[in-house]
Write a protein that binds this ligand. Structure first.
Ligand code: ARG
Length: 271
């Protein structure tokens, strides 16, 4: 299995907090260790660097505690960036901040016409754009994604509020393989996933409940929450190398390694 060197965008959790609740993981009355959150995030960044990936950083904005979840900042494929539109007003101001970053970085910009929470719900698997809906990203945005990026979009219906973004329920391991929690999808979407990925890894509820599927793969190494031990063993059986990271504090906002990481895919010329 070959690892592909990646370019990621991350946002330091300088202003991270759980001040509001927009998913079932968030409890604004529970304590969060803000310093530990930063150390855990630095460890994730270090892990990527050691794997040979490039990590770019966007400057965090005060008053936007969820901005650390860079996956929700956009969708970037073939040098084109689709900006985002959040469902919840608490996150709305993150959208222009990320948009400005993509523009300054030279990506061709496209603006969403409907709620679209970026790579939290939109995952490229080989030549297919897997697109979640049900909680955040609007179904109507899927058609726009196909027009902008020109990859066939597969709509997947999420049904469990704990797995509110596609990247909490499914992880892309390489061009042909995914891992997912079947129970997180509607019966029709589950059947579609079975047709598309007959060899997929099926995660257990216990692993999904520690956000184990919120993982980042370069095709060979899979960075995932350390607590997802059974999933890590399944992946190693398939020949992947697994690297566990502890993001316990960010999980209190409903996020894991993948949420903190936006993949920047250059155009052919920019490779
Ligand atoms: N608190 C954030 C929210 O509810 C967490 C986002 C996690 N990001 C992700 N890509 N799943 O929006």
């Amino acid at each position: 299995m070959d690892a592909t060197s990646q370019r990621f965008l991350m946002c330091r959790p300088t202003y991270f907090a759980v001040d509001y609740a927009i998913n079932p993981w968030m409890d604004p009355t529970a304590p969060v260790d803000a310093d530990l959150a930063i150390r855990q995030w630095e460890q994730l960044r270090q892990t990527y660097r050691e794997l040979g990936h490039t990590v770019e950083e966007i400057t965090p904005v005060p008053g936007l505690p969820d901005m650390v979840f860079a996956a929700n900042g956009g969708t970037v494929i073939d040098g084109r960036a689709m900006a985002v539109q959040f469902r919840d007003p608490q996150r709305a101001d993150e959208a222009p901040a990320y948009r400005a970053w993509f523009e300054a970085a030279g990506f061709e910009m496209h603006d969403p016409k409907h709620v679209n929470e970026g790579e939290g719900d939109i995952l490229l698997a080989g030549d297919l754009l897997l697109a979640g809906t049900g909680f955040r990203t609007a179904h109507a945005s899927h058609a726009q994604l196909q027009e902008v990026f020109g990859y066939p979009v597969i709509t997947l219906q999420l049904v469990d509020a704990r797995f509110y973004h596609l990247d909490t329920a499914l992880t892309v391991l390489d061009e042909r393989t995914v891992a997912y929690l079947p129970e997180a999808f509607s019966p029709g979407s589950r059947a579609a996933l079975r047709r598309l990925f007959p060899d997929a890894v099926h995660a257990t509820m216990a692993d999904a409940e520690v956000l184990g599927l919120n993982a980042v793969s370069d095709g060979r190494h899979v960075v995932l929450p350390a607590q997802a031990t059974a999933l890590a063993a399944q992946l190693r059986d398939r020949g992947y190398e697994t690297i566990g990271v502890d993001l316990s504090e960010l999980r209190k906002a409903g996020g894991g390694p993948k949420c903190c990481t936006l993949r920047l895919r250059q155009g052919k010329a920019g490779k």
